[in-house]
Write a protein that binds this ligand. Structure first.
Ligand SMILES: Cc1cc2nc3c(=O)[nH]c(=O)nc-3n(C[C@H](O)[C@H](O)[C@H](O)COP(=O)(O)OP(=O)(O)OC[C@H]3O[C@@H](n4cnc5c(N)ncnc54)[C@H](O)[C@@H]3O)c2cc1C
Length: 400
C-alpha cells in the first residue's frame, strides 16, 4: 500500500491544521485539554464553525452539502482533528441519521432534515436501546400503531446519549408484531422531541456526569410522513447505521495522539524523579500499543477505501470496533499508570482530595486520565458490545 501523500494532500493537511489553529473556537480546545465536558452551546458553536468553513459533513456526498472528500482527505482531516485535540463530530445527526435519510428517505425528508443537520440547527439523539433490548435489539417493545395519518408511539428508550439537549430523536419502533422473524415489522421513525407525551429522565453516572437518559413515549402522535423508507424495513436501515457507527467508534486518530502525548510526557522529569522514559518495562508497553495501533490504522484505511468505492462498511467494521476500543482502553490504562496516584481523585474540574504538594504533574492530560479511563469503559459497550461484535465476526466474517 502506498502511504505517501501527494502535494495536494499535503496542502490540504496544512489547510486543515490552519483551521484548527486559527478558526476553531480556542476556548473549546482549552476545555478539551482539561477534559472539561462541553456545554450544549460549545458543541453547537464549534459545529457551526465547521459548517461556516464548508465542513459541516465530512462524510457526506457534495450533492447533499457534504465535502465530497476522498478517503485520504477524510483520513487527513480526522488525523488533524485528533492532533489538535478537537472534539469529534457529534455522530447522531451527521454520521447516523443523515446518511440514512439521504440513502433511504424521500425527497421531502431530504429537503426538510438534511440542511439543518449540516448546519447543526437540530440536535439529534439515537433511540434504539430499551431495557431488555440492548444486545438483543430485535426484542424492542416500543410500539408505533397507525391511526389515520399518524403513528401513536408508546414505550421507552434507554441510555439515550445527550437526549436532554435533543430537538429530534430517530427511533426503531415496532409497527407490526405479526411477523415470522422478530427483525421484521420494525420501522425507522423520526420524532420531534417537543411532541406532547415525551419525557426525558436523566441517568446520572458514577462520575456525576449527565450523559445518558431514559426517554419515555406516552401516546406520542407522529405524522406518517416521518417514517423513513418502507414500513417494517427499519432493521435493515438500522443495521447500516450501526456499521457506520462502529467504524467511527474505533477512534484510531484519537488513540494515535493520546499515545503520542503520553510518549512526550514520559520524557519529562516530574518532581525530581527519573523520567518515565527510563522505565523500560513501561516503555515496552507503549511500544506494543504503538505496533497495535499501526496495524489498526491500516485496517481502518482499508475499510475507508471500501466505503469510498461505494460499499457500506460491512461486518468488518466489527473488527475495527473491537480492536479500536480495546486499544483505546489499553492506552487509557497506560495514561493512568503514568499519572500514578495523581490521577486518582479528580472529578470534573476540581480535586476531590487535595495533595499536600502543589507540584502536580500538570493540568493537562495526566491529571484527567482517571476521568477518561472511567468514561471510556463505555466504548466497549455502546454501538453493540464487543462480545456481540465477536459473534458478528464469527458468523459473517469467519463463516463459523
Ligand atoms: C455510555 C452509553 C451510551 C449509550 N448511548 C446510546 C444511545 O445514544 N442510543 C442507544 O440506542 N443506545 C445507547 N447505548 C446503549 C448500548 O447500545 C447498549 O448498552 C448495548 O447495546 C448493550 O446493551 P445492554 O446495555 O442492554 O446490555 P445487555 O444486552 O444486557 O448485555 C449485558 C452483557 O451481556 C453480554 N451479552 C449479551 N448478549 C450476548 C450474546 N448473545 N453473546 C455474548 N455476550 C452477550 C453483553 O456483551 C454485555 O456484556 C449506550 C450505552 C452506553 C453505556
Amino acid at each position: 500500500m502506498n502511504v505517501s501523500f501527494t502535494d495536494e494532500e499535503l496542502a490540504f493537511r496544512a489547510e486543515v491544521r490552519s483551521f484548527f489553529e486559527n478558526d476553531f473556537p480556542q476556548d473549546i480546545l482549552e476545555k478539551q485539554n482539561l477534559s472539561i465536558p462541553l456545554s450544549r452551546d460549545d458543541t453547537v458553536r464549534w459545529h457551526k464553525a465547521a459548517f461556516q468553513r464548508g465542513w459541516g459533513a465530512p462524510n457526506w456526498p457534495q450533492e447533499y452539502g457534504g465535502t465530497g472528500w476522498s478517503t485520504v482527505q477524510k483520513y487527513i482531516f480526522a488525523d488533524e482533528q485528533a492532533r489538535a485535540n478537537a472534539p469529534a463530530y457529534l455522530p447522531f445527526g451527521v454520521s447516523m441519521v443523515g446518511p440514512i435519510i439521504y440513502s433511504f428517505g424521500n425527497d421531502a425528508q431530504k429537503q426538510r432534515f438534511l440542511p439543518d443537520i449540516l448546519e447543526f440547527n437540530t440536535w439529534w439523539c439515537q433511540g434504539y436501546s430499551e431495557t431488555g433490548a440492548g444486545s438483543d435489539l430485535a426484542s424492542l417493545k416500543t410500539r408505533a400503531d397507525l391511526d389515520g395519518d399518524h403513528f401513536v408511539v408508546n414505550g421507552s428508550k434507554t441510555w439515550t446519549t445527550l437526549a436532554q439537549y435533543a430537538d429530534w430523536i430517530f427511533c426503531l419502533v415496532r409497527t407490526n408484531s405479526d411477523v415470522a422473524r422478530r427483525q421484521e415489522g420494525i420501522s425507522f421513525l423520526l420524532i420531534d422531541m417537543n411532541t406532547p407525551g415525551i419525557s426525558v429522565k436523566p441517568i446520572v453516572l458514577l462520575d456525576g456526569e449527565h450523559e445518558v437518559n431514559e426517554v419515555h413515549f406516552d401516546n406520542v402522535r407522529v405524522p406518517t410522513e416521518n417514517l423513513v423508507g418502507e414500513e417494517g424495513k427499519g432493521w435493515t436501515y438500522g443495521k447500516v447505521l450501526l456499521q457506520h457507527e462502529r467504524t467511527g467508534i474505533a477512534g484510531v486518530a484519537g488513540s494515535k495522539y493520546a499515545l503520542s502525548r503520553l510518549r512526550t510526557q514520559t520524557g519529562t522529569a516530574v518532581r525530581g524523579a527519573e523520567p518515565l522514559a527510563s522505565n523500560r518495562i513501561f516503555m515496552r508497553k507503549i511500544a506494543a500499543a504503538e505496533v497495535e495501533l499501526k496495524a489498526l490504522e491500516y485496517t481502518e484505511l482499508r475499510t475507508l477505501a471500501s466505503v469510498a468505492s461505494g460499499k457500506a462498511p460491512g461486518p468488518e467494521s466489527s473488527i475495527l470496533k473491537v480492536a479500536g476500543t480495546e486499544l483505546r482502553q489499553q492506552i487509557d490504562a497506560l495514561c493512568l499508570e503514568a499519572a500514578g496516584y495523581y490521577a486518582l481523585p479528580y472529578v470534573r474540574d476540581q480535586y476531590v482530595v487535595d495533595f499536600p504538594d502543589a507540584d502536580r504533574i500538570g493540568e493537562g492530560d495526566e491529571t484527567h486520565s482517571s476521568l477518561r479511563y472511567f468514561n471510556d469503559r463505555k466504548v466497549s459497550i455502546f454501538g453493540g458490545s464487543n462480545e456481540i461484535q465477536k459473534n458478528i465476526i464469527a458468523k459473517h466474517v469467519l463463516g463459523l
